[in-house]
Write a protein that binds this ligand. Structure first.
Ligand SMILES: CC(C)(COP(=O)(O)OP(=O)(O)OC[C@H]1O[C@@H](n2cnc3c(N)ncnc32)[C@H](O)[C@@H]1OP(=O)(O)O)[C@@H](O)C(=O)NCCC(=O)NCCS
Length: 382
């Protein structure tokens, strides 16, 4: 009954290449492998700016002045803490809960605690206030969510800390060093936004029904969890550890390709000539390895990257170098996807607000490919 997809003109499986909306938040240039947030190259934002500056840009559509940024950081700092009830719910979850399930649940429980909970879903100013709270609390929820799963005491966020500092402080219980903060901050900037990827699109679909911003965030986080999307950074690191040595990289890869395995952290729907963000993170992660005297992961990466490019024409995406960069920073693997989410809530929020401000319900058409006009047979006669 089901026919090949090609028999339907104008149908693109997975909506590949189908324009599904108009945005002024970010621009992906597949041919140039470049990514811009509201007109600014992400490399400049990662190198010279900060995640906070990026979040301001995404939400307020312009780069902040020094005093606007200082005020924004102060506001984020004052919103970092979360109500104790959130922690009670997270503590009631099994310790074996997936870290993305913890984060998704945390945002769900957080929604009714927001002072603007009862505001109209179309109230732009209330949505900006909610977005700032969501961005502020994300690093606390990831950091203290981890502590709860580990059976550790909770830490009250330091309002002076940035998102990168707050997460690292909560994860380790110690004041983070500036070099680690810089690497983390750059990765958050690169993860902050990426057009109509699956999770952002899920977020936009959700709010297009005039559901609320938190529901959009929960939909986004739920969609990010899978290994074909945000979950790839964790899978990529597990793969690198399984490979183990640079010498084993080539035979491992050839065997995997022969068995039609997907190589995690490689390939991208939008970038066919390489993911702009991976160029930056590769450099950062490889330099980090040299600085720490642990170059093995960078060497494994070199082998995989060369064979994949030469023989398959497939390049690493941002998740690949970020995975071993985070590993070198001592971050537990199960936190990689939540870190991605904690950065991406800025992009989700900007998209949700853009969608709501010019809303049209997202409701595509399905091509029906099944039986029609059958005669109903009473159950006793079947
Ligand atoms: C990201 C991804 C889903 C994009 O996929 P897509 O645009 O749907 O492209 P497809 O999966 O159709 O891949 C096209 C071809 O490249 C191959 N390919 C794509 N990514 C591959 C990978 N990571 N490893 C091996 N082969 C890959 C596919 O097998 C397919 O080959 P075929 O035409 O011979 O069947 C895909 O590259 C992937 O699964 N990557 C691994 C997961 C990952 O890193 N996700 C994070 C994305 S940021």
């Amino acid at each position: 009954m089901s026919g090949p997809a090609t028999q339907y003109p104008n149908y693109s499986p997975g909506l590949e290449g189908v324009p599904a909306g108009i945005t002024s938040i970010s621009k992906i240039d597949s041919d140039r492998s470049s990514l811009q947030y509201r007109g600014y190259d992400v490399h400049d934002l990662a190198e010279f700016g900060s995640y906070e500056e990026t979040a301001y840009l995404l939400l307020h559509k312009k780069l902040p002045t020094a005093s606007e940024l200082a005020e924004f950081k102060q506001l984020l700092g004052s919103e970092r803490d979360v109500p104790a009830e959130i922690y009670s719910v997270l503590a009631a979850m099994p310790k074996t809960a997936d870290s993305m399930d913890t984060l998704r649940t945390a945002f769900s429980v957080l929604a009714p605690f927001d002072p603007d909970y009862k505001a109209s879903p179309t109230d732009h100013d209330a949505n900006i206030r909610k977005a700032i709270r969501i961005v502020a609390k994300a690093s606390t929820l990831v950091g203290n969510g981890h502590r709860i799963r580990q059976g550790l005491n909770l830490i009250t966020p330091n309002p002076e800390h940035t998102a990168a500092e707050n997460f690292l402080h909560l994860m380790t219980g110690q004041e983070p060093d500036p070099a680690t903060v810089k690497t983390m901050d750059a990765s958050l900037t690169l993860y902050a936004e990426h057009g109509f990827n699956a999770s952002t699109f899920a977020c936009r679909v959700t709010v297009s029904t005039l559901s609320d911003l938190y529901s959009g965030i929960v939909a986004g986080i739920s969609t990010l969890r899978g290994p074909l999307h945000g979950g790839a950074n964790e899978e990529a690191m597990r793969m690198i550890l399984e490979i183990g040595t640079p010498e084993n990289a080539e035979p491992w890869l050839r065997d995997a390709l022969a068995n039609k395995k997907k190589i995690m952290g490689f390939g991208h729907r939008e970038y066919k000539k390489g993911d702009s963000r991976s160029f930056y993170m590769s450099k950062v992660a490889k330099e980090l390895g040299v600085k720490k005297g642990i170059t093995i992961y960078g060497e494994i990466a070199d082998v995989l990257e060369k064979i994949m490019a030469d023989e398959k024409g497939i390049y690493p995406n941002v998740d690949f170098p970020t995975a071993y960069g985070y590993y070198l920073l001592g971050i537990p693997i199960e936190l990689y996807t939540p870190i991605f989410a904690m950065a991406r809530v800025a992009g989700y929020s900007a998209h949700a607000i853009e969608q709501i401000d010019g809303n049209r319900l997202i409701r595509p058409k399905a091509i029906y490919d099944g039986d029609t006009n059958l005669t109903y047979v009473p159950i006793a006669d079947r």
